[in-house]
Ligand binder design. Structure first.
Ligand SMILES: [Zn+2]
Length: 227
């Protein structure tokens, strides 16, 4: 009869290294992807979602793939420079915009980017470099807003396929974006200390943009019927 030594016991009993922090981040991304898909904010393979783990790792959606049908394999790890940690993983070029936010704000824990109808249409029909949201109760979802009696400016940047160049434009006003920002004809970026807050801010911003779009249509209808 042979008995297992202590060393054998250790070898055989050792569990697979668990990575519960990574698992939790992936779960949050999958859940948020489904939520964004249900709301129509990530059509086709649009959008990207990320979470920064407490140890500094960044989990982000892989390039391509539908955000409503994400699996564990749809989430990869990147460094603060936006480069993937494994050569076979291809991050989206827009990952750089996520990393820019993490680099600038040490307390940012999640970043969400979607392509909604409201952000796309409003940014294309507004000539200015800012969209203004005023007097909405939902404005209170954004940091530092304690009253609806306020006017919040959301910067609008020209779309650019050169993401490094786009990130340099964004960097200039990144410190003053309580409600995130919009890329013209493209979509929104929002962030927060954790996924729940980022998702609440995204929903708040998308609600307000949808209200603005409805108001614009209403005004056009009234003007049309009055002429
Ligand atoms: Zn995009």
């Amino acid at each position: 009869m042979s008995f297992a030594t202590d060393t054998d016991t250790l070898l055989h009993a050792a569990p697979e290294p668990s990575d519960s922090a990574w698992d939790k981040a992936v779960e949050q991304i999958i859940h948020a992807g489904r939520r964004m898909d249900q709301r129509g904010w990530v059509p086709a393979t649009a959008g990207n979602l990320s979470v920064r783990l407490p140890d500094g790792r960044i989990a982000v959606t892989r390039s391509g793939g539908h955000k409503g049908f994400l699996t564990r394999q749809g989430v990869i790890e990147v460094g603060l420079d936006g480069a993937s940690m494994r050569p076979e993983d291809r991050p989206s070029a827009e990952t750089l915009l996520h990393c820019q936010i993490y680099a600038r704000f040490p307390d940012a824990g999640a970043v969400l980017h979607g392509h909604s109808v409201a952000s796309t249409v409003l940014s294309m029909t507004t000539a200015g470099s800012k969209l203004y949201l005023a007097d909405y109760e939902v404005l209170k979802v954004f940091e530092g807003q304690t009253t609806h009696e306020t006017r919040l400016a959301v910067p609008v940047f020209p779309n650019d396929q050169d993401i490094a160049r786009l990130s340099r434009s964004v960097a200039l006003s990144l410190d003053d974006m309580k409600a995130g920002y919009i890329i013209r004809g493209h979509g929104v970026y929002v962030w927060g200390p954790n996924m729940d807050t980022a998702l609440a801010r995204l929903e708040g911003l998308e609600f307000l943009l949808a209200c603005e779009l409805e108001q614009a249509k209403f005004r056009a209808t009234v003007q049309g019927s009055g002429s």
